[in-house]
Design a protein around this ligand. Structure first.
Ligand code: HEM
Length: 457
């Protein structure tokens, strides 16, 4: 596919899905409360690898081919950036994270990534394995044989324990306001995305967001002051590492840089993993043969004891179950980018100011790259099969320079937690439960995941 950025040649707009006058394709978006992924998947199947959607006055381009993903996320990062110059004010999580590694445009992002990347290096990450296993143990110690629990709630809980400990060195059970304020921030972010209001009507939400922001700043400042007083000596959490970071001139980073980025890692680093684990438990219930294979592996390697870092290479099937979960239900279903100026992509004209959607979900369910894409089959990720997966047909962590910085952290955490849980318990969805994915910033089960627990060891 040709990919030169030029608006001088007269090109056609990509094919569009017929819609209603004025509203365009808005109805499926309104009906779904989140992203109408089935509608989008159908649109790509019917109209091609680049499809134009009109939602009211807004234009979205759906990108559904690995070559085009490569263009948008890897090759032409300045044409497809994170922040639109037209954005009036930050919304969703950007309200709370300010200018950070996750939210910044490419120019502001580059130095931040350079500074933070070494902190997420596997040498640091590996030291967290023990913490992850300890919290997996704490979670299972709250479970009883025969109990019915909402596993989505439990997965959110255990991952917030882990992220708070590894980022701030704090046990959230001793800092309940951190958990409360994080939930309030998530709720505001979701309202921003699902019930966008004209600026004149958002005062109530804005006021609440300001309060939440003040509390978040206060908590981080308190943690930073404690570090200052302790001289940063024996701490291994990310906050300590960020505070020790020096820029090219050897100067410490500003408090704002530390605040925005530690909060970013905190927010980006738990809900995503929690949802991945939630969906893994769901698929294990739906696929008893896969659950049996997983049990065989964890029983042979762990026999009920907690996993260590050294066990992880001996738990390949556990990792395959996680990879296949992220293929079937990638918790980030859509990765948006602003089309910065009128440009060309895949031989079509794209309008500046619109939004391009790279959709891991659609790519992960495309029969051109995956046989029986709706079947749950972890062997797709076996050592033998994985090398055959086309590049950019699988992107649960995104791709290119802005690929998830926490991918090793997340995979290690998911493997440790799933291995511990599966070795100790079996999980059965309560009969009659309709599990409905809701795809907002991340994809979670709309009504939770009530499961009955059966003790295995
Ligand atoms: C299964 C778990 C996770 C999934 C599926 C996931 C997914 C993603 C995706 C798709 C992106 C790219 C977004 C884009 O290009 O617009 C991303 C970026 C990011 N993720 Fe993750 N993530 C996970 C876990 C984590 C964890 C544990 C952390 C931190 C400890 C983290 C921190 C970040 C950050 C900071 C970015 C922005 C990177 C940049 O722009 O340079 N994520 N994640």
């Amino acid at each position: 596919m040709t990919t030169t950025s030029t608006a001088s040649v007269r090109l056609h707009e990509p094919p569009s899905v017929p819609g209603l006058p004025l509203l365009g394709n808005m109805i499926p978006f309104i009906r779904t409360q989140g992203l109408p992924i089935d509608f989008m998947r159908e649109a790509a199947a019917q109209y091609g690898d680049l499809v134009r959607l009109k939602v009211g006055g807004d234009t979205f381009y759906l990108i559904a081919h690995p070559d085009l993903v490569h263009d948008v996320l890897v090759k032409r990062i300045n044409d497809f950036d994170k922040v639109s110059g037209a954005a009036e004010k930050p919304v969703a999580l950007a309200r709370f994270l300010g200018n950070s590694i996750l939210t910044a445009n490419y120019e502001d992002w580059r130095p931040q990534r350079k500074l933070i990347q070494p902190l997420m290096h596997t040498t640091h990450i590996r030291s967290y394995a023990n913490t992850m296993a300890q919290f997996a143990d704490k979670m299972t110690s709250q479970w009883q044989d025969g109990a019915v629990r909402d596993m989505h709630v439990d997965m959110m809980q255990v991952t917030i324990w882990i992220i708070a400990e590894t980022m701030f060195g704090t046990d959230v059970t001793h800092t309940p306001e951190l958990q409360e304020v994080a939930q309030a921030a998530q709720a505001i972010a979701v309202s921003d995305l699902t019930s966008p209001l004209p600026a004149a009507l958002t005062h109530g939400r804005d006021r609440k967001a300001e309060q939440v922001n003040a509390v978040l700043t206060n908590i981080v400042q308190r943690f930073m002051a404690e570090r200052g007083a302790q001289g940063n000596t024996d701490r291994h959490d990310l906050l300590a590492l960020l505070m020790e970071t020096r820029d090219e001139d050897g100067q410490p980073m500003s408090d704002e840089f530390v605040r925005n980025n530690i909060l970013t890692l905190f927010f980006a680093g738990h809900e995503t993993t929690a949802n991945t684990l939630t969906w893994a438990l769901y698929y294990l219930d739906k696929n008893p043969a896969v659950a049996a294979e997983l049990h065989k592996e964890v029983d042979a390697v762990l026999g009920g004891r907690l996993p260590t870092l050294d066990d992880l290479p001996h738990l390949p099937y556990t990792a395959m179950v996680i990879n296949e979960t992220m293929r079937n239900e990638p918790t980030v279903a859509v990765i948006p980018r602003f089309v910065m100026n009128d440009t060309e992509l895949g031989g079509y004209h794209l309008k500046g100011g619109s939004v391009a959607f790279v959709s891991p979900y659609i790519l992960h369910h495309d029969p051109r790259w995956w046989t029986h894409p709706d079947q749950f089959d972890p062997t797709r990720f076996s050592a033998e099969n994985e090398p055959n997966i086309p590049k950019y047909a699988y992107l649960p962590f995104g791709g290119g320079p802005r690929v998830c910085i926490g991918n090793h952290f997340a995979l290690m955490e998911a493997q440790i937690l799933l291995a511990t849980f599966a070795s100790r318990y079996q999980f059965s969805l309560m009969p009659g439960t309709a599990v409905e994915p809701i795809r907002q910033v991340t994809t979670s089960p709309k009504h939770g995941l009530p499961m009955r627990l059966t003790r295995r060891v």
